[in-house]
Design a protein around this ligand. Structure first.
Ligand SMILES: Cc1cc2nc3c(=O)[nH]c(=O)nc-3n(C[C@H](O)[C@H](O)[C@H](O)COP(=O)(O)OP(=O)(O)OC[C@H]3O[C@@H](n4cnc5c(N)ncnc54)[C@H](O)[C@@H]3O)c2cc1C
Length: 464
């Protein structure tokens, strides 16, 4: 077939997966993303079943002069997994995970979620650092960094990415590894979905669990910042085994919580204490004794259960969301006070906000090792608006943006975590967010995607 003249009929004929257009019964379901605010109608949805389908879909898009959106797990809050005019390459049917226990490598298809990765790797007593919700896509989370509970000991998800197979903008399959196209591997480690469709990731694995020490004491905001200050100082001393988050939320009307706490603003100090089981339990203990507890969910649990614990709070396609994060140099008392104040005035009971310490393995990686760049920030702050009703959009978006702006004096070199990018509307932020990596990323973009076919992301303009 002439690659220059691929019609939609040609695409359908050769496709193993499904090609969907407006009017097809499955079209609306396929274009839906996790954030209920996103309502985009792609020209074509190419629901791929394998690498050959992805190659064909990219070639079709090029032949039609259409840009490409890539849908991995569909969790991106900015809705980058779908587009209006363009081809949506939907990888949701490509989720296979193969574990090589001898080499301690997992080969993961581009549409897998962390649920598949954790389940398959834990069958061998192994894991690679993912996120905190099992339904999040491996692809999007990895390509912009990847913050999870194991980062203190094993780094960000990108720090464990050893190779990838990528379909680039001209529809060719390219290997990115230390030996082949190392520039592309460097760019994938933080540069987002700018460089092509990753059809397979290869991750390094580490022995984890099956049971680990989960930490989750919950304190009331009204009781003051004491526990957070003590936690900040404690994790600084133990940041190899305690890479955690302090998550602010509102206690739901749920029998799992004490009734007298329902509706209260609280914060949970959440994480996994890594290391030997008894030592991990002892390490967690002081964090559970920092003041009057609302409740405490700490205890030894299966790693895979912890990874699924919060899934029910984040149902696919039901809630409206605006999340925005920035890195912080340190966590002074004034920033803790600000985070508490922001949490107290959140307009929606579903909203969360969080403080994340980096962890020693994250900070140990040199700036030049990946597109993620400099690791000298100590913390991250994220304001995550979550609400149900479209009438409340303006108030909730304003809260998240305002909370994020007020944290600017504590920010780190203007840098931001691009996986919590608001709705991606702050285009000018991209350059600052990438820091010193931006110019090299723009050159690599020009090499692999000179026409900016992959533009539904935190976009890097190609520049030779
Ligand atoms: C409930 C929830 C919990 C989260 N928890 C965490 C967390 O604990 N830690 C953390 O670090 N982040 C977390 N995130 C943020 C998450 O990392 C981002 O939303 C991420 O973009 C989701 O990836 P995805 O594949 O599901 O997204 P999608 O919406 O499918 O894709 C997002 C972007 O990734 C690109 N992309 C997707 N698949 C591919 C591919 N195969 N090849 C190339 N590019 C691709 C696309 O360009 C798209 O722009 C969370 C998000 C949500 C909604």
């Amino acid at each position: 077939m002439d690659a220059q003249h691929i019609s939609i009929e040609d695409l359908k004929t050769y496709f193993l997966g499904t090609v969907l257009t407006e009017g097809d019964a499955a079209f609306d379901g396929a274009r839906q993303l996790w954030n209920a605010m996103i309502d985009r109608r792609p020209t074509v949805i190419a629901r791929c079943r394998g690498t050959a389908d992805v190659i064909q879909a990219v070639r079709f898009a090029r032949a039609q002069g259409l840009p490409v959106a890539i849908r991995g797990g569909g969790h991106n809050v900015a809705g980058h997994g779908a587009c209006d005019t363009g081809v949506m390459i939907d990888l949701s049917q490509m989720r296979a995970v193969h574990v090589d226990p001898d080499r301690r490598i997992a080969v993961v298809e581009g549409g897998a979620t962390w649920a598949e990765v954790d389940r398959e790797t834990q069958a061998f007593g192994l894991a690679t650092p993912g996120g905190l919700i099992s339904e999040t896509g491996v692809a999007g989370l990895t390509l912009s960094g990847g913050f999870g509970y194991l980062r203190g000991r094993h780094g960000l998800t990108i720090d464990n990415l050893v190779a990838a197979d990528v379909v680039t903008a001209d529809g060719t399959l390219v290997r990115a590894s230390a030996d082949q196209n190392p520039d592309l591997l460097w760019a994938l480690k933080g540069g987002g979905g700018n460089f092509g469709v990753v059809v397979r990731f290869e991750f390094a694995l580490h022995p984890v669990g099956p049971e680990v020490m989960f930490i989750a004491p919950i304190y009331a905001v009204e009781d003051g910042p004491g526990p957070i200050r003590a936690w900040r100082d404690y994790v600084a001393e133990h940041d190899k085994d305690l890479a955690m988050i302090c998550e602010f939320s509102t206690v739901p009307e749920d029998d799992g919580f004490p009734r007298d706490a329902w509706g209260k603003k609280v914060f949970a100090l959440v994480g996994i204490a890594t290391g030997a089981p008894d030592a991990a339990e002892a390490l967690a203990r002081p964090l559970r004794e920092l003041g009057p507890l609302v409740t405490d969910f700490s205890g030894r649990m299966a790693y895979t259960d912890i990874q699924r614990l919060f899934d029910a709070q984040t149902p696919f396609g039901e809630m409206r969301c605006y999340w925005k994060a920035r890195y912080l140099t340190d966590l002074p008392d004034a920033m803790i006070d600000l985070a508490m104040e922001n949490a107290s005035r959140a307009p929606s009971p579903n909203t969360i906000s969080s403080l994340w310490n980096m962890g020693s393995a994250v900070r140990a990686v040199p700036a030049e090792a990946s597109a993620f760049g400099d690791r000298s920030m100590g913390w991250m702050y994220s304001a995550d608006g979550v609400w149900a009703d479209a009438a409340d959009d303006a108030a909730n978006i304003a809260w998240a943006r305002d909370s994020w702006s007020r944290a600017e004096p504590f920010g780190h070199q203007g840098r931001a975590y691009l996986n919590f990018p608001g709705h991606g509307e702050d285009g000018t932020l991209t350059r600052d967010a990438f820091g010193d990596s931006y110019d090299r990323l723009a050159r690599i973009k020009a090499k692999y995607d000179p026409d900016n076919v992959f533009r539904f992301n935190q976009n890097i303009a190609p520049s030779a």
